[in-house]
Design a protein around this ligand. Structure first.
Ligand code: DC
Length: 230
């Protein structure tokens, strides 16, 4: 069977990872979370005592970093110099480091081959910010998953409340606006849709409806291109 590459890009809070994971399960292909790679470099930078506003200082260390992505029971595990970092890369502080290192061209270049190699060897649904534009420009299916800032901030607000870490809605919305602006306007790999991406706005869709909408886009395009899916 021909490998299929499905690229999912979009801003944070649109549900890319959970939706992609569910779609991957349904299609019997692997889900690749590329944010985890930037988080791993961010984690390393913090381990080295590098300040988040001086993330560029991680560049000379890149040749000491070995990153390996393995799939264990269908779950993506990222190994940093032989150690599985697990959920340590999900800490809030690491999100800030990940964002900082992701705007450094040397870091993006460093992670390019890892991402391309996984997609060359497997059928994948890969999510990130530049998958359809830079990493997999020839992906057969490209979707830009987005939602209004208000819808994304509302979801984050509910999620934080459920986790017992409530923040005022206005604060979440303001942070989200700031981050989106930085991602969209950065000089390298700005988080914008590929010209041939299908835009899926899920502001008014719940999780199940979003997964169904994504799968229907994938199946329609696969049929048009004569690609067989499991
Ligand atoms: O999706 P995430 O929150 O785990 O991503 C962490 C950071 O990495 C986020 O600030 C955006 C950045 N990122 C990126 O620039 N390019 C990608 N392909 C994936 C993530």
């Amino acid at each position: 069977m021909e490998h299929i590459q499905i690229a999912i890009d979009g801003p944070s809070g649109a549900g890319k990872s959970s939706v992609s994971k569910a779609a991957a399960r349904e299609l019997g292909i692997i889900y690749v979370d590329t944010g985890a790679l930037y988080r791993t470099i961010g984690y390393y930078a913090r381990e080295q005592g590098i300040a988040v506003d001086n993330a560029i200082a991680v560049v000379p260390y890149l040749d000491r970093i070995h990153i390996e992505v393995r799939y264990e029971n269908g779950v993506q595990c990222v190994y940093l110099n032989g150690e599985n970092l697990g959920d340590r890369i999900r800490q809030n502080e690491i999100s800030m480091y990940a964002s900082a290192v992701s705007s450094i061209p040397e870091v993006r270049a460093f992670l390019l081959d890892t991402q391309k190699k996984i997609a060359a060897e497997n059928s994948v649904i890969m999510d990130g910010r530049d998958i359809g534009t830079v990493i997999l420009p020839d992906a057969q299916v490209k979707v830009f998953l987005t939602a209004s800032n208000e819808a994304r901030a509302r979801r984050r607000y509910i999620e934080l409340q459920e986790k017992g870490m409530p923040l005022p809605y206005e604060e979440i919305l303001a942070d989200m606006n700031r981050r989106d602006e930085a991602d969209r306007t950065r000089a390298i790999a700005p988080a914008i849709p590929a010209p041939d991406a299908v835009i899926l706005d899920n502001s008014d869709l719940n999780f199940e409806e979003t997964v169904a909408a994504l799968l229907s886009i994938v199946r329609r395009i696969a049929a048009e291109k004569g690609i067989s899916l499991s």
